[in-house]
Design a protein around this ligand. Structure first.
Ligand code: F6P
Ligand code: MG
Length: 435
């Protein structure tokens, strides 16, 4: 058995991890603090003095957190009492026992410390009822949705048009499928963590962009995904289960739901399971509240095809064709290769799937254990025994890992465009058959 590559970490000066921890994370914390400040009056109106008191305490914890981060202090155990608290503290203990120095913000694996920051934000609120439920990122998420309005209308109109002709031959189905799959891929440009919360809504026409962006897809396994779905459809009437591990709310979520609607309506799949986060995460990640909020917004929108989508989506949820899951594993710092061990119930759930789509950059990092793999290592190998079912990653590149490239390809990019991995300009549709 060969050793796994080293984890990305803030200790590598000048790396993207280092810059994230040094600049972007403190900025995100500062914005969270500002957001709480801005809601002071609202907390007072809703909860009186107790609300004000809670806000003050939460802000104090967050300032302390920012200071710990900026001075590279050791990570400390969580002090709340939530269903995942013990997992986190056990993980910390494990790292304390296996490294020479105590785990700290810059020294420890980046994946660990960055997740830990979001979990500590959650702790700061959780410990302070009556505002424990407040989502510090909800405004940015809603803003992204509203700012993408035109793109959403375009996309929904396209969907409604395609669904009108239900009896389609495979070629036409395929064309629509590939298009909507790519819209969902590029929807991942809209995340709010890389921009530290600044507007990153979808402004251009998402369907037209598909053509323009084609050459930026570095790994393109669309054909494999299509043949998997088509092969299952042909002997009719069997069930096909698709799982989508969601990423960001806002335009990206809408693009995922449009894809899901298309797949269900055209009977390429028969049930869809969505997996979201159970606390605010990486600024824009989807929670159950975001999921429901989005469907409600669509329903009540002032545009026919948007509201039509909203109405269908609610009915899919009601009749159980769409199922939303939130499992605490998705907001743990663990890489996915340890899922079978850490959360065997979730692993078993995913094994029921015929195809799992993992959206976004963070999911890719977790699939690959956030390690410094060589560019040419096969995806299957980098998954490191995580093969619950056939899976596909749809991700725009926003951190410095990538596998499955052709020899020399990565090096060539680095030469001509040094920032190619972190600017979200390139994308991958990377498939693993699991066997
Ligand atoms: O900040 C770290 C990071 O994982 C980046 O690599 C990425 O830009 C962002 O957070 C999350 O991106 P996504 O929403 O695509 O998972
Ligand atoms: Mg995200």
């Amino acid at each position: 058995k060969t050793a796994l590559p080293a984890s990305l970490a803030g200790k590598y000066k000048g790396s993207f991890a280092y810059n994230t921890i040094k600049d972007r994370l403190p900025l995100i914390l500062t914005k969270v603090i500002d957001t709480l400040h801005r809601h002071k009056n609202e907390f007072f109106e809703e909860h009186g003095e107790k609300g004000m008191e809670a806000e003050k305490k939460a802000i104090a914890s967050l300032s302390k957190l920012r200071n710990e981060l900026q001075t590279d202090k050791p990570l400390i155990p969580l002090t709340d009492n939530l269903p995942d608290t013990a997992f986190w503290n056990k993980y910390l203990e494990y790292h304390q026992n296996t490294s020479d120095e105590p785990p700290s913000w810059f020294q420890s694996p980046w994946l660990y410390t960055e997740c830990y920051m979001y979990r500590r934000i959650h702790e700061a609120l959780a410990r302070n009822p009556p505002i424990s439920d407040f989502d510090v990122f909800k405004e940015e998420k809603a803003h992204n949705f509203f700012e993408s309005q035109q793109a959403i209308i375009t996309l929904c109109t396209y969907l409604q048009e395609t669904l009108k002709s239900t009896e389609k031959h495979d070629e036409l189905l395929k064309k629509d499928f590939l298009k909507l799959l790519q819209v969902s891929l590029w929807g991942n440009k809209c995340d709010l963590s890389i921009s530290a919360g600044a507007d990153s809504s979808q402004k251009s026409d998402p369907l037209q962009s598909v053509e323009e962006l084609k050459s930026f897809i570095l790994v393109d396994h669309m054909e494999d995904v299509w043949s998997l779905l088509k092969d299952r459809k042909n002997p009719d009437s069997q069930t096909t289960r698709l799982d989508i591990v969601l990423d960001n709310a806002g335009f990206e979520l809408v693009s995922d739901l449009v894809l899901a609607d298309f797949l269900l309506s055209s009977k390429l799949v028969t049930e869809i399971h969505f997996h979201g986060k159970n606390m605010p995460w990486y600024v824009s990640d989807t929670t159950l509240r975001d999921f429901n909020w989005t469907i409600r917004q669509m329903q009540s929108a002032n545009h026919k095809s948007m509201s039509k989508c909203g109405v269908s989506w609610e009915s899919y949820v009601k009749k159980g064709a769409w199922v939303y899951h939130s499992h605490l594993f998705w907001t743990l710092p663990h890489e996915y290769s340890s899922m079978a061990q850490v959360s065997p119930d979730l692993y078993a759930e995913l094994q029921k799937s015929n195809l799992i789509i993992f959206k976004g950059d963070l999911n890719y990092r977790k699939l690959l254990g956030d390690r410094k793999w060589n560019f040419t290592v096969p995806f299957h190998q980098a998954l490191n025994h995580f093969h619950p079912a056939p899976l596909c990653s749809l991700r725009t590149l926003k951190c410095d890992i990538q596998v499955g490239l052709k020899p020399g390809q990565g090096e060539q990019f680095t030469k001509t465009e040094p920032e190619w991995m972190i600017i979200g300009k390139y994308g991958i549709i990377q498939f693993d058959a699991a066997s």
